[in-house]
Design a binder for this molecule. Structure first.
Ligand code: MTE
Length: 305
């Protein structure tokens, strides 16, 4: 089991949006009571990792997406992702694990504890959102498969099914979409596999039925609709790094001090703020510096961007 963070709360499986909003109202009134986590009777507890920033609306989160398997426009995924069949679904876990094999989505879900995590989400394109995910810690899944000594990285792959994902008929990305993490990043308790948003099943356009969420890294690391996870001792291929290595590093930690070659990363536009809204400053490690900076101690973050 992954170690639990700060407090060992009992998490609710789902938080309907109405209850969720009530809870938010309740929490605002009771902020002084606890720093971040309040277990109100009958209401979902929120993680100590959750931000208390206002989450984006469901429509913003589900209609402004990047999922190039369904086209490159921001509204393409919402328009075309219905074509994706997500049942049955299985994740192949292989490489340096004790129990390699095909894990069905149902088996995974029955073994995992679903929590709510309200995370900031920062795309490399300099827009951002706050998203109330439901999901489980990736560490729990990796421990279920049994990580072998010597494994140093985790590689992920999205489904390849061009008959349902029309964008895969164009070759600007060498499909399937791939991503990777160092093992310690993958085992960090902030790293989750998301299966829901606002207590509902995660919509196809957001990466159904399960997608990675690594909140201190640029959004493209958070690979969607995963069918394969490989434990390895070699740094895996990551799609954007493969396509444009001088623009997208393997690490891709959010860093306001290291600009993209074509634009500044010092600030961001919060989606939903309106066209006249002021940009907000981008935070080191997207605001998760206290939790993750130690993972990169001694590393030159300009070099290892
Ligand atoms: N995963 C796959 N398979 N294909 C993609 O095109 N886009 C990435 C990431 N995961 C992408 C992907 C990028 S660039 C971002 S910013 C996030 O998904 C967007 O997640 P969201 O649409 O849920 O906000």
């Amino acid at each position: 089991m992954a170690h639990r963070f700060k407090s060992d709360l009992s998490w609710s499986d789902v938080t309907p949006e109405t209850v969720y909003l009530n809870r938010r109202a309740f929490m605002t009134g009771a902020t002084a009571l606890a720093a971040g986590s309040i277990a109100a009777p009958g209401l979902a507890a929120t993680s100590a990792f959750s931000t208390d920033e206002e989450p984006n609306a469901w429509d913003e989160i589900t209609q402004y997406n990047n999922f190039y398997e369904f086209g490159t426009g921001k509204s393409d995924p919402a328009e075309y992702a219905d074509a994706l069949t997500t049942t049955p679904w299985a994740v192949e876990i292989d490489g340096m694990v004790d129990k390699p094999g095909s894990y069905s989505f149902e088996d995974i879900m029955s073994a995992m504890t679903i929590e709510e995590r309200i995370y900031r989400f920062r795309c490399v394109e300099a827009w951002s959102m706050v998203i109330p995910w439901n999901g489980f810690e990736l560490a729990d899944l990796l421990n279920m498969a049994g990580v072998q000594e010597g494994a140093k990285y985790v590689a992920f792959e999205t489904l390849y099914r061009p008959e349902e994902m029309w964008g895969q008929k164009r070759n600007f990305i060498p499909w399937p979409y791939r991503e990777g993490l160092r093992l310690d990043e993958a085992m960090h308790p902030l790293t989750i596999m998301a299966t829901g948003i606002y207590g509902k099943d995660i919509p196809n356009q957001n990466g159904a039925p399960l997608r990675l969420v690594v909140p201190w890294k640029y959004g493209f690391k958070s690979i969607k609709s995963i069918v394969k996870i490989t434990l390895t001792d070699e740094q895996p291929v990551a799609s954007w790094n493969q396509i444009a290595p001088h623009e997208y590093g393997f690490y891709s930690n959010v860093n306001p001090e290291v600009d993209h070659p074509r634009w500044s990363q010092a600030s961001e536009r919060r989606v939903g703020g309106g066209l006249l809204a002021k940009r907000i400053p981008t935070l080191m490690f997207n605001g998760y510096e206290a939790e993750v900076a130690s993972l990169y101690e001694g590393m030159d973050l300009t070099e290892n961007f």
